[in-house]
Design a protein around this ligand. Sequence first.
Ligand SMILES: *[C@@H]1O[C@H](CO)[C@@H](O)[C@H](O)[C@H]1NC(C)=O
Ligand SMILES: *[C@@H]1O[C@H](CO)[C@@H](O)[C@H](O)[C@H]1NC(C)=O
Ligand SMILES: *[C@@H]1O[C@H](CO)[C@@H](O)[C@H](O)[C@H]1NC(C)=O
Length: 334
Amino acid sequence: MAGDLHKPQALALVLMVIAEISLFFSIIANAELQRFHHPMKNNDLVSLLVIGDWGRNGNYNQSQVAAQMGKVGEELDIDFVISTGDNFYEDGLVGVHDNKFADSFTNIYTAKSLQKQWYSVLGNHDYRGDVVAQLSSVFRKIDNRWLCMRSFIVDTQIVEFFFVDTTPLVLKYWVQPEDHHYDWRDVAPRPQYVANLLKDLDAALKESTAEWKVVVGHHPIRSVSEHGDTEELLELLLPMLKANEVDLYLNGHDHCLEHISSIDSPIQYFTSGAGSKAWRGVRKQNADDLKFFYDGQGFMSMNFTKTDVKIVFYDVNGQSLYPWNMTKQLNTFM
Ligand SMILES: *[C@@H]1O[C@H](CO)[C@@H](O)[C@H](O)[C@H]1NC(C)=O
Ligand SMILES: *[C@@H]1O[C@H](CO)[C@@H](O)[C@H](O)[C@H]1NC(C)=O
Ligand SMILES: *[C@@H]1O[C@H](CO)[C@@H](O)[C@H](O)[C@H]1NC(C)=O
């Protein structure tokens, strides 16, 4: 009969197919950032709050900011909250039984409107604790709003959020840790981690068909406050964001609210790192175009449609400090 295979040939073929399938899946696994689909509550609007640098047991106006987030969250009927990192001060969480999680998160952000998914990245202060614990599913079981990962994607269809673990990119935490210990488990060695992260991010950005591409990291690319620009991000991350037509970059780290416009690309930089301790009293020069700077506590809201984004900064009393919006031309060939 035609097509009859001898037994050894058939076995070889089967083995080849198995090898190819497993290679295919390992490539997929290596090349992809974990992706979460966050369905929109109605078909064309995504609303959220952005807060950073917050976990201080309610101190330094953290509780006041949380209460105002609750009110604005209600008005906007938010879909979720983004945390730009430095979730728990001073040194992250000590383990899966750390009460700081409840004292700085669960028992602080108690408003009804904030009982939504929180998508969090890690900040440098989180890296000074037990990072593996902070990332573990134990806290998701204690409070199911909590989702903290190193680098991942939240896909709402019209907006794709690319969360990037920026702390390992910053060289000084590795070479000059001073009195601090950084938890580099699952990260070291740095060059390989950074290379993989950038490769995965680039692939995900290239694949994206969302109307809006938003990258979220703890460290600023541009900032006029205490820490200023992050050199490693200017060098390693910014060219990739420009090449992939990213619209917005969101960060914390500097304990303030800022909007800076890039002078040589459409990228807009927003700092929301004012969740608790603020008032640093530092303002530096910046090579890009500073639009807004507030040195005190507060947070940010975002309201996206396919064609528009509206962003507002609020202070500790919930007063709108700075509304900003942008419209995008729709692709008319759809
Ligand atoms: C709390 O906010 C108020 C109003 O902005 C400010 O005057 C006060 O200094 C803040 N407290 C701290 C500890 O930052
Ligand atoms: C958010 O955008 C929608 C659609 O443009 C609009 O109806 C709504 O009023 C906006 N909300 C805020 C708080 O800007
Ligand atoms: C958008 O911003 C412009 C000023 O730049 C303002 O005139 C307009 O009212 C704003 N639109 C919305 C929907 O907030």
